[in-house]
Design a binder for this molecule. Structure first.
Ligand code: ATP
Length: 299
């Protein structure tokens, strides 16, 4: 059940929103889409779901296009949330699950499990408009997953949620993956993708500038981070050979270096000058990679 995009392009008039995008998302994978505003994430999701026709290229899931015949296997949390404000949570979610072929009783059991899990059982008979924005978002998430989709597409699932709810939703998404769903999600927050995804794609102006496994991407980036906490001045290290960037911190200094050899030399340089509380060589963060690939224009 591979989701496959082959040279997918979307043009709106003269403007190319997605440009020759090719990727493969294997079954039971958690795949992250990153990109600045307007990079083409939502457009890509809409094309995957068949809501928008690609101008060129091909999208298949298990060898076939996603259309009405597979809609019961697919769940989608759109970026613009769209629940009916005047309808009660239960009426609306049962209705949506039934549209996707789920029997009413089964839908109700599932709904109650989800409301309990999200600690909002009391909202079952409330109108959507009576709920806070964050709780409406949890309801919309339930709407996307109630029918137990095999492929779940989540457009910015964590935006607008408080930290407790972000954690709750993350756990739910991870559990769905453990249960066999393939999950594709977009986020502006690097740490969400970093924590949750084995594979990812960074889109920049419709093109994939980074694509592959998180581990490989970090390894191939070459540069590493060196965190030093010490009781003596470290400012001089900014000009040390192999140092690409430096940022003083309260406890010492954060350096971006061009490889492990530089760390070794830096250690030799500072040993004996005073007390070193921390000397840690770390993989680059996704944020470092994003900034280098997409530039500081990222909002
Ligand atoms: P964001 O993070 O801001 O949600 P995104 O990566 O999801 O951005 P898209 O919504 O896919 O980006 O938009 C990509 C580009 O395509 C944008 O420049 C947008 O203005 C343009 N675009 C999207 N839909 C249309 C449309 N229906 N007609 C014309 N242009 C469009």
């Amino acid at each position: 059940m591979v989701l496959k995009l082959e040279s997918v392009t979307k043009q709106f008039g003269q403007f190319t929103a997605v440009d020759q995008l090719s990727l493969e998302i294997p079954n039971q994978e958690m795949f992250g889409f990153l990109g600045a505003n307007g990079a083409g994430k939502t457009t890509t999701f809409r094309m995957i779901l068949g809501l928008l026709d690609a101008t060129d290229g091909k999208i298949t899931w298990d060898g076939k296009a996603i259309d009405y015949s597979t809609s019961h296997l697919v769940g989608y949390l759109p970026e613009e949330r769209g629940l009916y404000p005047k309808l009660k949570v239960r009426e609306q979610l049962i209705y949506l699950a039934r549209l996707r072929g789920m029997p009413k009783n089964e839908a109700l059991i599932e709904l109650r499990l989800w409301l309990d899990r999200f600690k909002i059982p009391e909202y079952e008979n409330k109108k959507v408009e009576e709920l806070s924005k964050g709780n409406q978002q949890k309801i919309q998430f339930i709407a996307a997953v109630l029918h137990k989709p095999k492929l779940l597409i989540l457009d910015e699932p964590f935006s607008g949620l408080d930290p407790v709810n972000v954690e709750m939703l993350k756990e739910a998404v991870l559990a769905l993956k453990e249960n066999g769903a393939t999950i594709v999600f977009s986020s502006h927050r690097m740490e969400h993708v970093e924590e949750m995804c084995e594979h990812l794609c960074i889109l920049h102006k419709g093109s994939p500038v980074v694509y592959g496994s998180l581990k490989e991407i970090k390894r191939n980036f070459g540069k590493k981070n060196l965190v030093i906490h010490a009781d003596f001045k470290l400012d001089g290290l900014k000009d040390f050979p192999g140092v690409v960037k430096s940022k003083p911190t309260m406890e010492g200094i954060h350096l971006q270096i061009d490889g492990e050899a530089a760390a070794d030399k830096i250690l030799k340089e500072i040993v004996g000058k005073g007390f070193i509380r921390k000397f840690a060589l770390e993989e680059p963060s996704l944020n470092d990679i994003f900034i280098e690939e997409v530039g500081n224009s990222y909002e």
